[in-house]
Design a protein around this ligand. Structure first.
Ligand SMILES: *[C@@H]1O[C@H](CO)[C@@H](O)[C@H](O)[C@H]1NC(C)=O
Length: 294
């Protein structure tokens, strides 16, 4: 798993460098095994103190009799009003500054440290993820460390809770809607779609794609890291990621057999090991929270 995550991070950085239009990027300085990736792995999964992990609440007669507990899944309506307290956005500018977005305040932008001259990157986590949960932490920290981007992370852990996969999939759309609102706020302050990239892991990749359908113009790029397969591939294109959702869409498929999408979703699709990872087959668990270091 750790190799997979490292490969994803490295590939994402490579793609970002290779396809950048104006500049020639040198990624030779980014070495696996040192820097933000290593630090993130050394720390393991970083717990987000904001997240309250509810014990699954027992509900219904059946579960009462059988003693089974059923998790309370949060489902948001597609037409919810944004901002929503379960969907938060953070701006990282500089090495240490982290600011929670407040799109209701015009002053927020001024004091946020947002630099409209820098490219903007949105980062979306997947099912069971969070802004501060592996594996997206690796990408987040790599961008923070780099310093040449306005990095925006989206955080919606209660909408993608364990055992709530159906709800999580439905929640992709409301998250996308609120993201479009954040984008409208940024646009008002001088940020353009053509300097914006959206990166999403698994379910997050589809959030990038669905967000695109709410935007008046296309973002420069979407990078889909193992875009989720389950049920998304049976949806209409406006409810999932497709190749028309940004000026260019790159996808890295690493798990085409189970959770990931096996079909082409972008303009450039990379299938690592043909979408199968034999090195991970003896991993103790399929949970994204388990890493094997060797
Ligand atoms: C940040 O990333 C860009 C694009 O890959 C690269 O050109 C630049 O050198 C990086 N900066 C640092 C400080 O690593």
């Amino acid at each position: 798993m750790v190799k997979l995550v490292l490969a994803l991070a490295a590939l994402a950085l490579t793609l970002l460098a290779v396809y950048a239009e104006d500049e020639v990027h040198d990624i030779s300085t980014f070495k696996l095994g040192e820097g933000p990736v290593e630090e993130a792995l050394a720390e393991g999964e970083t717990e987000n103190p904001d997240v309250v992990t509810e014990a699954p609440a027992a509900s219904g007669i059946l579960s009462a009799i059988a003693g089974i507990s059923i998790p309370q899944c949060v489902r948001k309506k597609a037409d919810l009003t944004c901002p929503d307290s379960d969907i938060n956005y953070y701006l990282y500018s500089g090495e240490t500054k982290k600011m929670k977005f407040d799109t209701t305040s015009d002053e927020w932008f001024e004091q946020s440290g947002f630099d409209v001259k820098k490219p903007t990157v949105f980062l979306f986590h997947g099912y069971q993820g969070g802004e501060n949960v592996m594996p997206t932490v690796i990408l987040r920290d790599a961008y923070i460390k780099n310093g040449s981007y306005n990095l925006i992370t989206a955080d919606y852990p209660t909408l993608v809770k364990e055992r709530c996969d159906r709800a999580a999939q439905q929640n992709a759309e409301p998250v996308a809607k609120c993201t479009a609102d954040v984008f409208a706020y940024l646009k008002k302050n001088g940020v353009t779609a053509e300097q914006t990239t959206c990166i999403g892991f698994s379910l997050g990749a589809h959030i990038c794609g669905i967000t695109a359908n709410f935007l008046p113009e296309k973002m420069a790029k979407i990078v889909a890291l193992d875009p989720a397969g389950a049920r998304f591939n049976r949806r209409n294109k406006d409810k999932r990621l497709d190749e028309a959702d940004a000026l260019t869409v790159h996808a890295i498929h690493t798990d085409t057999r189970r959770y990931g999408e096996g079909e082409v979703v972008g303009k450039a699709d990379v299938c690592v090991n043909n979408g199968r990872q034999p090195a991970c087959k003896d991993a103790p668990s399929e949970s994204s929270n388990d890493f094997i270091l060797n």
